[in-house]
Each structure stands twice: as structure tokens, then as C-alpha cells.
Design a protein around this ligand. Structure first.
Ligand code: AP5
Length: 209
């Protein structure tokens, strides 16, 4: 199964993608996480991406497409994958059409006010990248690897506002793009995490029938 997770920043794409990837035994490919890993390692791509990410801007299409093309060539992608946070612009979506035939696009729909609340409370592990809410880990320690939890630079209020503007201008049009291809499944991402997961699982099972 080849899936895309679409939605505004903080919609829960990463949270749900992890669960869906496990359930359907396919790799989760998060372009945001690949870029943050490159930033942690201080690679050329990481340094280039940092200036865009910290302002809440999108990394240029050419850089992203090179990363995705390379990742999809890996053997674990042969029987499917879940793209989390890619594509994010119409040129990315059009380029992907030439690389792969995507089965379904899961669109997580969440209002902007909910997003601002979620992202201001999000903390990410500086060791393994695991993401959680401060309310779930008040000691500031990663429950997975025990390293320190920090706030992502792009979760600062100004960057979040810009990410939402960028989403509306550049990513939201993809809803119509995939609707037109009959591949869009929209789910209410404002519900509690387990309810969203259950809705996604049943939507995917129904779609596969
Ligand atoms: P990326 O990492 O993809 O960030 P994003 O899309 O902005 O998404 P987030 O990771 O912020 O949120 P999410 O939807 O995954 O939500 P999460 O599950 O974490 O990209 C970062 C940057 O990299 C971009 O801004 C851009 O610069 C660059 N980039 C990446 N891909 C690119 C591309 N294709 N092209 C160009 N540039 C690209 O949840 C958020 C919080 O809410 C968590 O604390 C979580 O615990 C909580 N939560 C989740 N679901 C629920 C729920 N149902 N109820 C309550 N809380 C919830």
C-alpha cells in the first residue's frame, strides 16, 4: 500500500503515520524528520534546510525531491510506504505522479486554533526525535530513549503562524488535486488520538475493499 498523509502542521500526521505504518507493515517516510536528522548531523543538506525550517518556510522542491527519490529507491519501499509531510506543493505532487502510483491520500483536517495549542505544548527528543506533548512528559525526559526533550525551533509562536500561512497558500491546494483523482480520504484530526487512529484504520480498510 502506498499512502500519503496530508494536513496542516500539528494535525497529527507524525503521530498517526507511526501507528498506520506499524499496522500495515510499511515504512514511514517523514521528510521533516529526514531534514531534522540531517540538521542534527550537520550535513550540507541539513545546513541548507535549517534556514528555511526555523522560519517556518518550505525547503526548496529540488532538495526535497532528491531526498524522496533516493529514499524510495531503498529495498524496504518495494511493497509500499507512507509519505508523511510529502508532497507539500503542487510541483512536488506532480513530480511524485511520475515516480509512483499512490493508492490513498489521508487528509487530516484540524482547525488552526487547535493546532496552535498542540504545537506550543509539543516537545521533541534531541536524541531520537520522538515527539510528545509536555503534558505527557512533564519531567522533560524522552520516554523512549531517556534524553532531553526540547521545543522545536519551528514550534515558536512566530514560526507556527508562518507555517500555517505557508500551509494555506502552498499545501492546501493539494486537497483539490487528490480529490480530483478520486484518491482522497478526509478524517477529522481534531478528535482524541485513539479515535483518529480507529477512523483511519476503518477508512483504509473500507477503501481497500
Ligand atoms: P514536518 O516535520 O513535516 O512538520 P509539519 O508538517 O509542520 O508537521 P508537524 O511535525 O509539526 O506536525 P504533525 O502533523 O506531524 O503532528 P504531530 O503528530 O507531531 O516539517 C517540518 C519542516 O520541514 C517544514 O515546515 C518544512 O520547512 C520542512 N519540510 C518537511 N517536508 C517538506 C516538504 N515536503 N517540502 C518542503 N519542506 C518540507 O502532532 C503535533 C502535536 O500534537 C504532538 O505534540 C502530538 O502529541 C499532539 N497530537 C497529535 N494528534 C493529537 C490529537 N488527536 N489530539 C491531541 N493531541 C494530538
Amino acid at each position: 500500500m502506498k499512502l500519503i498523509f496530508l494536513g496542516p502542521p500539528g494535525a497529527g500526521k507524525g503521530t498517526q503515520a507511526e501507528r498506520v505504518a506499524k499496522e500495515f507493515a510499511i515504512p514511514q517516510i517523514s521528510t521533516g524528520e529526514i531534514l531534522r536528522q540531517a540538521m542534527r548531523e550537520g550535513t550540507k543538506t541539513g545546513l541548507e534546510a535549517k534556514t528555511f525550517i526555523e522560519k517556518g518556510e518550505l525547503v526548496p522542491d529540488g532538495v526535497i525531491l532528491e531526498i524522496v527519490r533516493e529514499r524510495l529507491r531503498q529495498p524496504d519501499c518495494e511493497s509500499g510506504y507512507l509519505l508523511d509531510g510529502f508532497p507539500r506543493t503542487l510541483p512536488q505532487a506532480e513530480a511524485l505522479e511520475g515516480i509512483a502510483r499512490i493508492d490513498w491520500v489521508l487528509n487530516l483536517s484540524v482547525g488552526h486554533e487547535v493546532i496552535v495549542e498542540r504545537l506550543s505544548g509539543r516537545r521533541s527528543c534531541e536524541g531520537c526525535g520522538h515527539s510528545t506533548h509536555i503534558g505527557l512528559a512533564p519531567d522533560g525526559i524522552c520516554p523512549i530513549c531517556g534524553k532531553r526533550l526540547v521545543q522545536r525551533a519551528d514550534d515558536a509562536a512566530e514560526a507556527v503562524e508562518n507555517r500555517l500561512r505557508v500551509y494555506d497558500a502552498q499545501t492546501k491546494p493539494l486537497i483539490g488535486f487528490y480529490e480530483g483523482k478520486g484518491r482522497l480520504l478526509t478524517v477529522d484530526g481534531g478528535l482524541p488520538i485513539d479515535e483518529v487512529t480507529a477512523t483511519i484504520f476503518s477508512a483504509l480498510r473500507r477503501a481497500a475493499e
